[in-house]
Design a protein around this ligand. Sequence first.
Ligand code: ATP
Length: 422
Amino acid sequence: MDLMDKIVSLCKRRGFVYPGSEIYGGLNGTWDLGPLGTTLARNIKHEWWKSVVTLRENVVGLNSSILHHPKVWEASGHVASFTAPLIECKNCHTRLRADHIRDKCPECGKSDFTAPRQFNEMFKTHIGPTEDTATELYLRPETAQGIFINFLNVINSTRVTIPFGIAQIGKGFRNEITTGNFLFRVREFEMMELEFFVKPGTDDEWFETWKQERLNWYLSLGVNKDKIKLIDLPKEVIAHYSKGTSEIWYDWPFMGWGELEGIANRGDYDLTQHSKHSGNDLSYEGFVPYVIEPSVGVGRAMLAFLVDSYSEGGDRVVLRLHPKLAPYKVAVFPLVSNKEDLVQKARKVYLELKDNLPTAWDDRGNIGKRYYAQDEIGTPWCVTVDYQTLKDDTVTVRDRDTTKQERVAISQLDSYFAKKLK
Ligand code: ATP
C-alpha cells in the first residue's frame, strides 16, 4: 500500500476523516471529520488563532456570514475572474483543468483536448423562494471579502490603529473542476485567513515578517524542516493586482513540492474596489491601507500534519503529532481489567486528568495493544495504574516517541503534563 492509502485508511478506521455522503455512494470533493479529526481540526484552528490573534495586540477576530451581497463578488473581481481553464478530453470526455495537467489525459492517456474555456468556480445559490437571476447569490470561495466589507465596522467599533489585522476562520466553497489527493483539493473547506492592514511603503517589510511568522508556526508545531519551504512566486503567475505572492510549500507524497499556504501582498486592491463599488470611503487617515494576507485551508494543513507525523517501525504505526495538536494528550489504563481495585483507581486518575486535559480511557486487550492503539492516533503519553500504584500512589507514564517509561506521583501528574505541553 502506498503512503497516502495507508493514511486515508488509518483516518477512516480510527475516526479522523470519512468520505462525504458515503452511504449514498459518496459526494466528490467532500470529506467528513470524525471524532478524532474534529478535535485535530479544532486544535489546529486553536493554535492558529492563538498565534495570529490572541498573542498579538494588533489583530482582532471576525466571523462574517458565508452569504454576501452579490455586489461583493463583482467588486472583488471574483465574478469576472475567479475562473479556471476547463478543457475536455475528446477521447474519454473527462473534464480537466488545463493548468493542472501535463500534456496527456490522466484518464485515457490521449492528448486531444477541446480549446480551454473559462469556468467560474463559485457555487451559485438563490436567496428567497424565486429562482431567477435577480436572486442569485454565491457561496463564498474565501473568507477574505467578509473582512474587507467589515473594515469600517471594525475600525469604528474597536481601538485598532494601523498596522493591524483582522482574522477569520470559516468555510469556503469552490466548485473545483477536479478534486483529489484526499484533503488537498476539495470543494468545501475551512479556511484560516488574516488580512493585515499596513501603511503603503511599509508593506514589503510586513510581507517578509508574515512569511517568516507563518513558516515558523509550522516549524513550532513540529513539521520536519526539510519538508517545508517558502517560495516567492514569479510575477508572471500572480494576480495582476498583487504586489507579490509567496507560498509555503510542503513536499507532498503524491506530488512533491506544492502549495500548503499562500501569503500575498494584495496592495490596496480590495479596499479600493469596495470603496468604488459600495460608495463608502474605505481609506484610513487619508490613505488606502495595503494588505498582507496569509491564507490556508484547515484540511490542507491537517493533511500536512498527518503526512508529516506518520511513521512506521516494525508493525508499529505512530502519528508523531505535536502534543498541542494531538486529539488526546493522555490515555489512562489499568494494568489489567479484571482487578476491581486497579480499575477503580485507574478510573479515578482518568476522571481527575480529564478535568484539565483531553484524556482517553482504555481497558480492552493487553497493555501492548493499548499502546499500539494510542500511538496510531498520536496520543503523546499513556498512564498505567499498576499494583505499585495501590501501595505508593505513583503511576507509569510512557512516552509515545521514546517509548520510555517514568514513574510519577499521581499528585504530580497535572503539573507534569502542563510542563510538557507548554
Ligand atoms: P489553486 O490555484 O491551486 O486552485 P489558489 O492559489 O487559488 O489554489 P488560494 O486562493 O491561495 O488557492 O487558497 C488559499 C489556501 O486555501 C490554499 O493555500 C490552500 O491551503 C487552501 N485551499 C484552496 N483551495 C483549496 C481546495 N480546493 N481544497 C482544499 N484547500 C484549498
